[in-house]
Design a protein around this ligand. Sequence first.
Ligand SMILES: *Cc1c(COP(=O)(O)O)cnc(C)c1O
Length: 428
Amino acid sequence: MSDKSELIFKRATSVIPSGVNSPIRYYPPYPFFVNSGFGSKMVTVDHKTYIDFCMGYGALLLGHAYPSLIDHIKDQLDDGTLFCVPTEKEVILAEKLSSIIPAAEMTRILNTGLEATMTAIRLARAHTKKKKIVKLDGCYHGAHDYGLVKRSDSDYEGVSSSEGTTDEVASLTLLVDYNDISSLENLIRNRDDIAGVIIEPVAANMGLVIPEKQYLSEIRRITQQNGVVLIFDEVVTGFRLSIGGASEFFGIRPDIITYAKAMGNGFPVAAVCGKKSLMELLSPSGNVYQASTYAGNPISVSAALKTIQILEDLGNDLYPRITRTCDTLVSGISDIIKDLGLKFTINSIGSMFQLFLTCDEVKNLTTAKKSDLVMFKRLYYQLLKRDIFIPPSQFETCFVSYVHTDDDIDRTLEGYGQALKEVKTHCD
Ligand SMILES: *Cc1c(COP(=O)(O)O)cnc(C)c1O
């Protein structure tokens, strides 16, 4: 007996490659199709309700369809959706970002994280008149040619990780291990062709990897001393780790910061922000080209302004609360693991966590890859069976929102308990 998701998926595969509009959304035999979302839940076309810990890969800090945000956007819709001439709201948003993020002296408002990091990299190159960008292995910065790079056998230079992009472009990206400050320092000290370092200050795209103490401040010191532009890719951490994101949370001032996901709580809006001297290189005043028809459209801008206002109004109720919810979940899962005689690793910070099916500490891509991926798959399906949706990959992060309830957490822990019992195999 096939369900509706299966029937829709069959149609999808003949008109949409693999049936999905972003590759991570596919898992065999077919993903569930969703009709609606409210709070911490999604409801499928088959009327099944899942507790969501993917949360738009972190975008939905306030959960699905947060009522005051949705009402605000409904009002905005009546005033028009696209002007392609400037609005005061864009200025208010840029002013707002400057006031909550000291490094955000100037801002360009964009649509996606991809555009933001691509522009940031261009700015670093234009500013330094150098070509190479250092990327931390396992970090993700969007699906553009500068970022779709993996490690080669020769020590630092990247090679293309996607057909259709070139090794010529990929070789301009140099890769070093996350949390390995001495490799990064050696690389920067021994070369004079490095324009910038781009990093996720908390890495959320190789599972969840936390920066070791002093790691980020050391990167700031080394880049500053060597005239290398430091880009914080805060597409995940922005507005999530704290209202001022990771730069506020860790007290570090990068040269450029990118934002997207949680900035609009489910509406497509992004920003590249930074030092005035760098940002003024953007055309037309400068010669770094960046443009987009939908950049700064009134719906996205209103969504960002309203989201930030809600975050500010919630004040101290917000970040301590989501951290507490996440901590409860993480310590509950840790207890379950211990009770089952397992020794898996859980990384967590703020409202983010990920369970790795390995006994070893996970602090970079190499150690993340030690996870038992076959077991992860089994865990994923076991959770799904119990109405719990997490991102369908070990190399993603689980996200808690402001609207996950105590009941959600109790049910999730019960689900993890049963699911982990099913997938248990021994770890020595
Ligand atoms: C999701 C993500 C991006 C890309 O953002 P899109 O809006 O999907 O283009 C960039 N950087 C990080 C850290 C991300 O997690």
